[in-house]
Design a binder for this molecule. Sequence first.
Ligand code: ADP
Length: 261
Amino acid sequence: QQITTDMASLTKEVERFAENKKLEIETLKVRENYRKEFIGNISHELKTPLFTVQGYILTLLEGAMKDKSVRKKYLQRANKGVERLIYIIKDLDMITKLEVGDLNLNKEDFNIVELVQNVFDLIEMKAAKKGITLTFDKEYDESIFVIADRERIQQVLSNLVVNSIKYGKKGGTTEVSIEGLIKNKVIVRVTDNGEGIAKENIPRLFERFYRVDKSGSRKEGGSGLGLSIVKHIIEAHREKIYVESELGIGSEFSFTLEKDE
Ligand code: ADP
């Protein structure tokens, strides 16, 4: 009797062990695929600007160098390509840090109204080029103090406002609004009346390298990492990010922050 019970529990234990190993292997496989996909995406993203730069250099080497005005134009274009590469690498660096949890938040008490104005000042030219008006609607007057990593929140706002311009319509509007919520929270909204996003694409927006319109978005620049950086930063603050959008009507991205009472 004793031996049978021992055998039965031993078999159970072996089965459990095998099951656990199987799960471990599955997890490793998923991770390995994730890694492969990430590397595949990176090489793809880097290839386009690199080929552009190489194209201009080769044309210069093949004789275009002799013409002074062509020389300048091609060098400027090659430089644009290099700038784009730097931009992508910076985003990659940021996403890697965020994903391994290596990004220490430097929380401080700051006026979010001022931050929105800073972001507007930096992006105004870009908006004006597309005839887009930036407006700011706030519940309070000059100051709303929040506790967060100022630099990172500036990046969040800047990514969202730049997107609203990239995917906004000519002559449209981007509105940033700040509203107090219950429980010492504020909600910051970035609303545009641009192209909007179809319902089926919304769940994937925050994935790395995800773009609704592969060719259209690439023409607009960017690395496809902007929203995934935004999400990571907000989640590192243990706050929430939301998106509401309707195709042809516009989009609203919003996130919460801790208010300093
Ligand atoms: P990208 O570098 O392509 O802009 P993001 O991660 O910032 O990368 O955005 C991912 C995709 O989400 C974009 O390619 C675009 O299709 C969509 N998107 C982001 N913001 C908006 C917006 N305000 N309106 C419409 N589509 C948007």
